[in-house]
Design a protein. Sequence first.
Length: 334
Amino acid sequence: MRPKIAVIRGDGVGPEVVGATLAILERVIDAEFIEVRAGKGYFMETGSPMEEGGMDRLRESDALLKGPIATPTRGRSYPSVNLRIRREFDLYANVRPFRSYEGISIRRMDLVMVRENVEGLYAGREEMRGEEAVTERVITRRGARRIAEFAFNLAEARGRSRVTAIHKKNVLKVSDGLFLDEFYRVAEGHPGVTADDYIVDAAAYRLVKVDHPFDVMLLPNLYGDILSDVAAGVVGSLGLCGSAQIGEDYGAFEPIHGTAEDIAGRGVANPIGTVMAASMMLEWLDLKFPGLGQVGRRMAEAVDGVVMARKLTPDLGGDATTGEVAEAILELMD
Ligand code: NAI
C-alpha cells in the first residue's frame, strides 16, 4: 500500500517551493500525489476559492502538503481556504519547530511551538454591531485541555523536559485564565515534564534576547501566529521553517511563511521550509506507512548538510536558486 498525498501548490512562491519539494519526494518515496487546485489564482480564474470536490479529494488522501495561500484583504475577497481546511479536519494542533544554524541564526535555539489552531481570535466569530466591530475570542475548556495534552505528549515523545504556556492572563483574565488553568491541570498528569508559564510580551522579548529561550511552548492561536514569525527571524529566515497541522486523523503540512509576492516567479524562494514540512509529514505518516519516518529524518539531515555547506538562497545571503537548493538536498539524500 502506498500513501495518497494531496497537494495544493498555493499562490505566490507556493508553486515554486512546493514544486521543488515534490521533485525530491517523487525520488525518495513511492506515493500517489493528488493535485487539488485552490487559492487566489484559482479564485481569479473561476470565481471559486477551491475546485469543486476539492474537500472530498482531501478527505480521500492520507495527508496534505500545501503551499501558502493568499487571502485578499482588499477588493474581491473570499473566505480563507486555510481556515476552512483547519476547521473541516479539526486540525487543532499547529506544530512549529525552530532550530538555529551556526553562523546564520542570531541566537541559539532548539524549541517547538505548539499553537492552538482552531480557536481564539481565529474562531471566525466577528460582526459589526452598529458602529462597533466585534471579534469574539473563544477558548473552550475542551480546546485548551486537548492542546495542552498534545504539548505534553509531544514533549514526552521527543525527550523534552519543559513545557511553557504563553498567555496574557493579567489582562485577559477569563479566556487566558481558562487556558492556563487547564494547562496546569493537564500538567499534573505528566510529572516528568516541568510546566511553567510566561506572559506573551515578555516571551517575545526573551525569544530575541537570550540563547535557548524555551523548550516546548504552548500558545493560544494569535500568540502562536505572531511569535512563530519572531522565532523564524531569530533562526534566520521565514523560508527555513516548516509546520504540521495535526487533527485526530488528518494532517496538513506547509511552510510557515506566506505567499512572498515580492519574490514570486523569480526562482529564488527558499524551499527549505516546505522540505521541512514534507519531512514532518513523512514522520507523521510513519504510523500508517512504516519506513517513511526514516526517510523524513534523512531529509531533515540533508537540509542541515545543505545549510552547513552554505548552499543558500538570497534570503540568507546566498545566490542559489530554489531548484539548486532542492537538488543539493536530493544529492545528500542519495
Ligand atoms: P510572507 O511570509 O509572504 O512574507 C514576509 C517576508 O518573508 C517577505 O519579505 C518574503 O519575501 C519573505 N519570505 C517568505 N517566504 C520566503 C521564502 N520561502 N524564501 C525567501 N523569502 C521568503 O508574509 P506576508 O507578506 O505577510 O503574507 C503574504 C500573503 O500570504 C498574505 O495574503 C497572507 O494571508 C498569506 N499567508 C498565507 C499563509 C498560509 O497559507 N499558511 C501563512 C502566512 C501568510
